[in-house]
Design a protein. Structure first.
Ligand code: ADP
Ligand code: MG
Ligand code: ZN
Length: 476
C-alpha cells in the first residue's frame, strides 16, 4: 500500500524579554548558574507570580503576525509533574483557554506555489531549569536561571506532509519571530525548539493514523533527517503488517535513528487546573489594535517590497528575506553598490555557499557588506576580472580583509594592456601547433581552449574581452 506522511509540530520559542514571565529576575542566557533566581522562580512557598506585561505583548505580536485570533480571555493553568529541574512541582502554562487560536502561515509548496499551514494554538508558559549530568563529577547539577523564562508554544495543525515542508514551516515561523524581534531563534542554544508528531495513512484516506512524537532535534537538518527516518520506520512497520505504537521517541543524531523513550501507558497525567495565584488574562481590543499598528515589516511584506523596489526575481527575494539578518545584509550591500541583481547573485551563490560550508549564520559572516560592495566596485571599474573576483571573494571571506587590500597584496590587478598580453598569447599559440592547425581547419570550438590557456598563463588576470580580440586577430 502507498502511504502518505502527516506531520504536526509543537514549537517552543523563548521570548526576548528582559525579565522572566512571573518575576523580576533577568531572563538573559549565559550567566553564572543560579544567579538569576528568586523565591518566585525557585518555587518557595508563599511567593506569588506576577505576569510580565511585555511577555503578553510579544505573544500578541506573534498571534497577529500569524493571523491568529487573540482570545479576549485566557487562563493560566498548572501542569503538574515532578522533575528536578522544576522546583515548584508544576509548570505554569495555558491549557483550556490559550492566548490565541486558529492562525496560519504560508510556506513554499513543492510545485513552486504556496501552501497554508494552520496554527491550532499559541499559548504562553514558563521554561524549566537545566540539569547537568557530568560523568566525571560525583553529582548532577541544576541551574535555575532558565526557570520562569517566558516561552511561547506554537502548535501546528497536522497540515505538513514531508520533512521538507516541516523544515520550511520552521524556517518561516522562525523568520517571523526574528522579524518581530521577540525571539532570537537560536536552535543550538535551544531558544527555538520543536517536537515533531508524525503518522502515516493510506494515500487518499482522511482519517489520521497513529502518531509518534519525536524530540531532541536542534537544527533544521536534524528535524528533516529525524522525520525522514521516522517515516521510513513507520512505513516498514505497516508494510510488515504491524501497527505503529503511540509513543515519544528521541532522535539520536550520532546514530541517525529515533529510539523509543516512553509509551502512552507511561504518559503523564498532568492534572491540569487553573492556577489560583493568577487571575484570568483579559486582553482589551484597544491594546491589540495598538500592537497591530506597531508591527514591523514581516517577511512576506519585505519580500514583496524587494521584488518591487529592487526588481529582483521572486525566487531571489524569497531566499534573501527568509532571514532578517540576510535581508539586512542585502539591503546594506545594495545601498553601497546599487546593482540589486548582481548583489543578489553574489549573496545567494558564493556567500551562502561559504557560510553553509562553515555552518555559520550570516550574522557571523567574516565578510561584511562593505567588503562585498568594495569588491563589486573593483569589478565594475575593471580593476579585477569576474574570475579574479571569485578568488578575491574567497580571500575576503577567509581573511576578513577588504578587496582593495587583497588585490594589492596578491597583485591581482587585471591585465588590460594589449602589449602585456601579446607575449603570453604568442606563447600559447606556439606551444599548441596542433590545435592552431585544427582551429584553422575549421574546429571553431577550439577558440575557448585558447582563451582558457591564456587565462591560465596569466593566473586569470587577463581581461577576457581583450584576450578574445587579440586571439581573433592572430588566428584569422
Ligand atoms: P499533545 O498535546 O498530546 O502533544 P495535541 O493534540 O496537542 O497532542 O497535538 C500535538 C501535535 O500533534 C499537533 O501539532 C498536531 O497537529 C499533531 N498531531 C496530532 N495528531 C496527529 C497525527 N495523528 N499525526 C500527525 N500529527 C498529529
Ligand atoms: Mg505533544
Ligand atoms: Zn525569579
Amino acid at each position: 500500500m502507498e502511504y502518505e506522511a502527516v506531520i504536526g509540530l509543537e514549537v517552543h520559542a523563548q521570548l526576548l524579554t528582559g525579565s522572566k514571565i512571573f518575576c523580576n529576575c533577568s531572563a538573559a542566557f549565559g550567566a553564572e548558574p543560579n544567579t538569576h533566581t528568586c523565591p518566585v522562580c525557585t518555587g518557595m512557598p508563599g511567593s506569588l507570580p506576577v505576569l510580565n506585561r511585555k511577555a503578553v505583548e510579544f505573544a500578541i505580536k506573534l498571534a497577529l503576525a500569524t493571523d491568529s485570533h487573540v482570545a479576549p480571555l485566557s487562563l493560566f493553568a498548572r501542569k503538574n509533574y515532578f522533575y528536578p529541574d522544576l522546583p515548584k512541582g508544576y509548570q505554569i502554562s495555558q491549557y483550556e483557554l490559550p492566548l490565541a487560536v486558529q492562525g496560519s502561515v504560508e510556506i513554499p509548496s513543492a510545485d513552486g506555489g504556496k501552501k497554508r499551514i494552520g496554527i491550532t494554538r499559541i499559548h504562553m508558559e514558563e521554561d524549566a531549569g537545566k540539569l547537568f549530568h557530568d560523568e566525571a563529577k560525583p553529582f548532577s547539577y541544576v541551574d535555575f536561571n532558565r526557570t520562569g523564562v517566558p516561552l511561547l508554544e506554537i502548535v501546528s495543525e497536522p497540515d505538513l506532509r514531508t520533512p521538507q515542508e516541516a523544515a520550511d514551516y520552521l524556517r518561516v515561523l522562525r523568520a517571523i519571530l526574528q522579524y518581530l524581534e521577540i525571539c532570537d531563534g537560536n536552535m543550538e542554544e535551544g531558544s527555538f525548539r520543536c517536537d515533531a508528531n508524525v503518522s502515516l495513512r493510506p494515500v487518499g484516506s482522511k482519517t489520521l493514523g497513529t502518531r509518534t512524537e519525536v524530540k531532541n532535534m536542534n537544527s533544521f537538518r536534524h528535524v528533516e533527517r529525524a522525520l525522514a527516518y521516522e517515516i521510513e520506520r513507520q512505513n516498514e512497520v505497516l508494510e510488515s503488517g504491524g501497527a505503529v505504537v503511540q509513543e515519544t521517541r528521541l532522535w539520536d543524531p550520532q546514530k541517525g535513528i529515533t529510539e523509543a523513550m516512553r509509551g502512552k501507558e507511561e504518559a503523564h497525567d498532568y492534572r491540569y487546573f487553573p492556577d489560583p495565584d493568577l487571575v484570568p488574562l483579559a486582553i482589551d481590543a484597544q491594546w491589540i489594535e495598538e500592537i497591530r499598528k506597531g508591527l514591523p515589516e514581516l517577511p512576506l511584506q519585505r519580500k514583496e517590497r524587494f521584488i518591487q523596489a529592487y526588481q529582483i526575481p521572486e525566487y531571489d527575494a524569497g531566499v534573501i528575506t527568509a532571514s532578517k539578518a540576510l535581508a539586512d545584509y542585502y539591503e546594506e550591500c545594495v545601498r553601497l553598490f546599487p546593482e540589486p541583481k548582481q548583489v543578489a547573485n553574489w549573496i545567494m551563490g558564493d556567500l551562502l555557499r561559504l557560510l553553509k560550508e562553515d555552518e555559520k549564520e550570516v550574522e557571523e559572516s567574516p565578510l561584511s557588506p562593505q567588503h562585498l560592495a568594495g569588491m563589486l566596485g573593483l569589478m565594475k571599474d575593471g580593476t579585477i576580472s569576474g574570475k579574479i573576483a571569485k578568488t578575491v571573494f574567497e580571500e575576503m571571506y577567509k581573511t576578513g580583509k577588504g578587496a582593495q587590500e587583497i588585490v594589492k597584496e596578491q597583485g591581482l590587478v587585471q591585465i588590460t594592456d594589449e602589449e602585456a598580453l601579446t607575449k603570453p598569447i604568442d606563447e600559447v599559440l606556439q606551444n599548441n601547433p596542433n590545435e592552431v592547425a585544427a582551429y584553422k581547419g575549421g574546429k571553431d570550438k577550439l577558440f575557448g581552449f585558447f582563451v582558457g590557456q591564456v587565462m591560465k598563463a596569466t593566473q586569470g588576470k587577463a581581461n577576457p574581452q581583450l584576450v578574445n580580440q587579440i586571439l581573433k586577430k592572430k588566428l584569422s
